[in-house]
Write a protein of this length. Structure first.
Length: 397
């Protein structure tokens, strides 16, 4: 099978959420013996150069490079238009031309697009089986932001969410089949009443790479893993440090929190002045930080799709206390594989429960890893994807 794969972020190295899923799909297609052409975007020449490592997983790589300033200019230019600004942020004229050339050759057996913002590169009628993997329904993320941001930013996010929702509906009608990462995201997609066929396949985690450490954990250590230039992560840590951590430390003095993630904002850096809080910034490997923690937290009020940070902690046998919103994207049963909480008092109680009871902590650690292996392996996810691809191709024959 000859596959044209288009995604909005150059998915190599697969170190962040928006790159992990497309990388594993591309690698799977190649391992299945398919010929794979990848078209994607880079934000800098350095990212484009680093992304050349993807060539060992595909047959052809086409990259459009667009800097952040140019992308911001394109976003602003779309504000007075019906087109979502997100489409401007992820638009490269060079990549558009390359994709048009590829499609004109008319020798593809499947067009696979990851993320709605990348769908603009394959506008022409295909005549080729096509799948749009929304991943997460981005319009609802922007609409969620509008509930947390002050005016006039709230209005801007609401406008973007509304425009993108209309665009998602249009795109869903155009592709033969549309997919998402979770059942909850699929329900949102189906709520648009636009796609003819829909399905979902989960994100996975490399349970060999993210495996339990032999070294003992620190019984007073909590960790949070995630990019700290991402607003939901920032909002979650500000909530936890201001409202939850003092309650925990009141019951267990000496409790420490390590915030691990690239590009922390000044507001996040300031959290390091609080007792017991460390902000690392970029690290080469998150596993040592996860492995020596007694537990991981995901106190996110805004969370679309699967939180890879939760899967990675669970795979390493580190229990997770998460908000209902964050836990909803993971195939895990609350109070069996994961603990959930929403209020400061409830979060503090669940955290202290694990810190204070090693037997309880180990029970959740073992259950979490077992659940990831059985329900969130990439092998299981890719088998489901194979069925989706077979179904959409059979409809075209």
């Amino acid at each position: 099978m000859n596959v044209l794969f288009v995604c909005h972020r150059l998915p190599f190295p697969p170190k962040r959420g928006g790159k992990i899923r497309p990388f594993n799909i591309i690698r799977h297609f190649k391992e299945q013996g398919h010929c794979v052409t990848v078209g994607s975007l880079a934000r800098s020449e350095e990212e484009a150069e680093e992304g050349q490592g993807l060539r060992q997983y595909c047959d052809k790589l086409l990259v459009g490079c667009i800097g952040k300033m140019s992308a911001m200019t394109q976003m602003i230019a779309r504000l007075p238009t019906p087109s979502p600004s997100s489409m401007g942020y992820f638009y490269s004229a060079r990549l558009h031309r390359a994709m048009r050339t590829e499609l004109s050759q008319d020798n593809y057996d499947l067009v696979f697009v990851h993320c709605s913002s990348a769908a603009q590169y394959v506008k022409a009628p295909f005549g080729i089986p096509s799948i749009l993997d929304f991943g997460d329904m981005d319009s609802h993320k922007w609409l969620d932001y509008s509930s947390f941001k002050p005016q006039p930013l709230a209005l801007g996010y609401w406008l973007e969410g509304t425009k993108l929702k209309r665009e998602e509906k249009r795109l869903a009608r155009r592709f033969d089949l549309c997919t998402c990462t979770t059942q909850a995201e699929l329900d949102t997609l189906n709520g648009l009443q636009a796609a003819e066929r829909t399905s979902w396949f989960p994100n996975g985690v490399d349970a060999e790479f993210f495996s339990p450490r032999e070294e003992p954990y620190n019984p007073n250590s909590i960790c949070f893993i995630g990019r700290m230039d991402y607003y939901p992560n920032q909002q979650g840590m500000l909530f936890f440090c201001r409202s939850v951590l003092p309650l925990v430390q009141g019951k267990r003095p000496g409790t420490e929190l390590t915030i691990v993630g690239a590009s922390p904002s000044s507001e996040i850096k300031d959290l390091a002045s609080l007792p017991g809080v460390t902000v690392t910034g970029t690290v080469d490997d998150v596993r040592p930080y996860i492995g020596r923690a007694a537990l991981s937290v995901a106190p996110l009020a805004i969370a679309r799709g699967t939180q890879n940070k939760i899967l990675e902690s669970m795979a390493m046998g580190v229990p997770v206390v998460a908000s209902d919103t964050a836990a909803g994207g993971v195939d895990a049963v609350p109070d069996e594989h994961i603990l959930t909480a929403n209020t400061p008092a409830d979060f503090a109680d669940k955290v202290v429960r694990l810190l204070s009871n090693p037997v309880e902590r180990n029970r959740f650690a073992e259950a979490a890893r077992e659940r990831v292996i059985t329900n969130h392996s990439w092998a299981t996810s890719m088998r489901k994807l194979d069925g989706i691809v077979a179904a959409v191709r059979s409809d075209q024959t």
